[in-house]
Design a protein around this ligand. Structure first.
Ligand code: UD1
Ligand code: CA
Length: 423
């Protein structure tokens, strides 16, 4: 059965109190919309339509290229049913099933979407929707069931009676419809409700009233957390972080304290690597095997740490390679650098990569040894096996095997402390 997918992401996200369009907010280094598209594409839709509105130019520019969804603009956000109607026009009389997802529900997994599609097709249902049970269902549409437990309707928070508000089974906003049924019933939706919007949820209710086959599939609440505020965004980040960390531990990476280990979605780690507490590992950072990172270090975009290398405490590394068995043990900033094998970087050393206008490169070749507090004023190169004297500001290349020393002579002023007291 051919499958089309519609993702709704036109809303302003007023409750985020942010100028960034809601679906561009990041969760572990990827936008919300990235995750939704990624899960949607896991069920191999023949076509995918993304409904945009607020901030559509910004969102369009930042869509991940690997998911070739077509975008359509919903000029006025008149409600979720209206958004689906706008998208349906782009589907050109699609006959099979239509999967509808909301762009602000990024934690939905491919496994769950696959089982939603399977359940729907196996039961030959007219609509199958996910539901979940929440301790605090405030804000979500509630699932109203008849006495025999059959699905009856979805009632929005704003329209719910005080009894209905007590219902803990809610609508996460993920449905698969038989296209013909969706198209005929969506025409019946009116905006006669507390918010004056066209609710997609009404279509499911109409289908139930018309004795069509409505199925529900209960899922774990974590997967369907909707993001409407920055507090909910932080919660989603925490859930995603837990998944990422568990994934790496299962692959042989030691996380001494997963609670304080922050690893972005695109990071790659090798087995037998240890991450000590308080580390933030971002972007597309790659770390080999048997490496040690932390405690309390920040690895940014473009960092490559090779096998057996060590990054110690309070270091920041950006757009740099640290080759095999090299050490950056304490309090260093390494940016735009290529560090060879078996290099030792003394405590407090810094690549001064930025002159206020441009970023410059530092090269440190195999076996070099930097004394503590070396300032490398880039562009600069430290040759193979070269040494720098502690506290040197290195402004020109140090040849292989040489000592680069830049240090003024120390003066000792005798009895200085005594004289000072007499003044
Ligand atoms: C919606 C559901 C509610 C469900 C909740 C789950 C409806 C009527 N209600 O409520 O039952 O529990 O999601 O999170 O569907 N959107 C558009 N165009 C519009 C309106 C919305 O594209 O005209 C998009 C939004 O950008 C968002 C999604 O649809 O991604 C949901 O809209 P939102 O306004 O957040 O709906 P909720 O009130 O959360
Ligand atoms: Ca929402």
């Amino acid at each position: 059965m051919s499958l089309a997918c519609i993702i709704l992401a036109a809303g302003q996200g007023t409750r985020m109190k942010s100028s960034l369009p809601k679906v561009l907010h990041n969760v572990c280094g990827k936008s919300m919309i990235y995750y939704v598209l990624s899960s949607a594409y896991s069920v191999k839709p023949a076509r995918c339509i993304l409904v945009l509105g607020h901030g559509n130019k910004e969102v369009s520019q930042q869509l991940p290229e690997q998911f070739p969804a077509k975008t359509v603009i919903q000029r006025q956000q008149l409600g979720t049913a209206h958004a689906v109607s706008v998208a349906v026009k782009k589907l050109g009389g699609h006959k099979g099933d239509i999967l509808v997802l909301y762009g602000d529900t990024p934690l939905i997994t491919p496994q769950t979407l696959k089982s939603l599609v399977r359940t729907h097709q196996k039961n030959k249902a007219d609509v199958t929707m996910l539901t979940t049970i929440l301790d605090n269902p405030t804000g979500y549409g509630r699932i109203v069931r008849s006495k025999d437990g059959r699905f009856a309707a979805i009632v929005e928070q704003a329209d719910a009676s005080s009894n209905q508000k007590k219902i803990k089974e809610v609508n996460p906003g993920i449905y698969i419809f038989k296209a013909t049924k969706l198209l005929s019933f969506i025409k019946k939706v009116s905006k006669n409700n507390a918010q004056g919007e066209y609710y997609l949820t009404d279509v499911v209710g109409y289908l139930a009233s018309a004795k069509a086959k409505v199925e529900t599939l209960d899922v774990c609440a974590d997967e369907v957390q909707g993001i409407n505020s920055l507090a909910e965004l932080a919660l989603a980040e925490k859930i995603m972080r837990g998944r990422i960390n568990e994934g790496w531990m299962a692959k042989g990476v030691t996380l001494v304290d997963p609670e304080t280990t922050y690893i972005d979605y695109d990071v790659k780690l090798g087995p037998d690597t240890t991450i000590l507490p308080g580390c933030l590992i971002r972007g597309n950072t790659k770390i080999g095997s048997e490496a040690t990172i932390g405690p309390f270090s920040h690895l940014r975009e473009g960092t490559v740490i090779k096998n057996g290398a060590k990054v110690g405490a309070f270091c920041e590394i950006k757009n740099s390679v640290i080759a095999e068995n090299s050490k950056v043990p304490h309090l260093s900033y390494i940016g735009d650098a290529v560090v060879g094998k078996n290099v030792n970087i003394g405590a407090g050393s810094i690549t001064c990569n930025y002159d206020g206008k441009k970023k410059h490169k530092t090269i440190i070749e195999d076996g070099a040894f930097l004394g503590s507090d070396t300032m490398l004023i880039a562009p600069v190169k430290i040759g193979k096996g070269a040494i720098t004297g502690a506290a040197s500001a290195i402004t020109s290349d140090v040849p292989a095997g040489a000592l680069g020393l830049e240090r003024s002579k120390q003066k000792n002023i005798k009895n200085y402390n005594v004289k000072k007291k007499q003044r």
